[in-house]
Design a protein around this ligand. Structure first.
Ligand SMILES: Nc1nc2c(ncn2[C@@H]2O[C@H](COP(=O)(O)OP(=O)(O)O)[C@@H](O)[C@H]2O)c(=O)[nH]1
Ligand SMILES: [Mg+2]
Length: 378
């Protein structure tokens, strides 16, 4: 049998085939949209999307996730189209993973694995790298079964000597657990330094830009703070929070932070390991929730973002910034949503409506400056 191709080591862009299984109970249009998003994720991992297939069936096949018919089509397509990688939207059991990889003879990854890979590619700072590695190991640990057997390939060749009576699997698990506790220890130290650096910021208004990936957070951050953080169609370009302090025209210092975007089915291991980075969000005085109003699925994305915000304990007041109004000039937010959050319609790209947001920020900074004891000045 030919050796399985490893997409991680390929020089050219790996060729990916996407497969979705839509349970009859869910809507097909939604399944399509999730597959489109999966394609965006795949391209963000620098792979080429060759084709996608969507199958409707009653339930996932316990052995192979998809049905027999689709699987045999896929076997043919993988061969004919020289596919290196098959991507699926749903989490696979270790058995499904093994069965599919044996039949297809290429790597098979699910959405979580893909997101972890993208994060690993983007991580630049020591903190982000440790956070991603921790998430990868937490993801791996429960999947470390006899069926998986990937450890030596993925996480560095030589596996340590076994203790008396230990199986290879137990050794692998122990090694992963040891590495996890070391990483947690290291991240705790980095987190403490972060907390120290935050000291002395009590008198500043802390504003964080949050939202679904690609909503335009970085574009808006750049426009407001006159910065130039990277703006990109590819997902998750911002892993480490970037902060800018501004004084003028505000009556107190205002610290703006651009943060990592959220996405559906964000692996909880990532949310967990990025806790200290996400503190910039949970400890902000004000959140600007950037929403792409040209995207018809924005309500679901708003819902997903709010879910993650509550998961990380971010409960500051929220301004909803409906962005990309240039692409949808007639847009009006749903009036039924009569919660207390303020709403602004704007275009971070053209600048339309941005002054209105600045006015709200000015008002918030006035409120903040009134709370600062005179002795402490600005
Ligand atoms: N037409 C339009 N495109 C925008 C606007 N704001 C951002 N974009 C585009 O949307 C994409 C994602 O923007 P980015 O700021 O990187 O989003 P982030 O992932 O939320 O940080 C980029 O291609 C931007 O040029 C806007 O107001 N109008
Ligand atoms: Mg960004």
């Amino acid at each position: 049998m030919a050796r399985k191709k490893s997409y991680e080591t390929n020089q050219k862009s790996p060729r990916a085939f996407l497969v979705g299984v839509c349970l009859t109970s869910t809507k097909k249009a939604q399944a399509r949209e999730l597959l489109d998003e999966l394609a965006e994720l795949t391209r963000s991992a620098d792979a080429e999307v060759v084709d996608t297939l969507l199958q409707v069936r009653k339930k996932f096949d316990p052995a192979t996730y998809m049905g027999k018919g689709l699987l045999s089509t896929l076997v043919e397509r993988v061969e004919a189209d020289e596919i290196d990688l098959v991507v699926l939207d749903d989490p696979l059991t270790p058995a499904q993973q093994r069965n599919l990889e044996e039949k297809l003879n290429v790597n098979v990854v699910d959405r979580s694995r893909l997101i972890l890979d993208i994060f690993a590619r983007r991580a630049r700072t020591a903190e982000a790298m440790a956070q991603v590695e921790l998430a990868q190991l937490e993801y791996l640990l429960p999947r470390l079964t006899r069926a998986w057997g990937h450890l030596s390939r993925q996480y560095g060749g030589a596996i340590g000597a076994r203790g008396p009576g230990e199986t290879q699997l137990e050794v692998d698990r122990r090694r992963v657990r040891d590495k996890i506790s070391k990483l947690k220890e290291r991240l705790k130290k980095i987190g403490e330094q972060r907390t120290l650096r935050r000291k002395g910021r009590e008198n500043a208004l802390k504003v964080a830009f949050v939202g679904y990936t690609n909503a335009g957070k970085s574009t808006l951050f750049n426009r407001i703070t006159k910065s130039s953080v990277q703006v990109d169609k590819r997902l998750f370009m911002t892993l480490d929070p970037t902060s800018r302090m501004m004084a003028s025209p505000f009556p107190c210092r205002v610290i703006f932070t651009d943060t990592v975007g959220f996405i559906r089915k964000l692996p909880h291991e990532l949310v967990e390991s990025f806790k200290s980075t996400l503190e910039e969000v949970s400890q902000a005085d004000l959140l600007i929730h950037v929403i792409d109003c040209s995207d018809e699925n924005y309500p679901d994305k708003v819902f997903q973002t709010e879910k993650i915000l509550s998961e990380i304990g971010a409960n500051a007041p929220v301004i909803r910034a409906f962005n990309k109004i240039d692409l949808n000039p007639d847009f009006l937010p749903n009036p039924e949503k009569s919660d207390s959050s303020k709403t602004v319609l704007l275009s971070a790209k053209s600048g339309q409506g941005v002054d209105e947001l600045k006015a709200v920020l000015l008002e918030k900074s006035r409120e903040k400056s009134q709370k600062i004891p005179l002795s402490q000045g600005k």
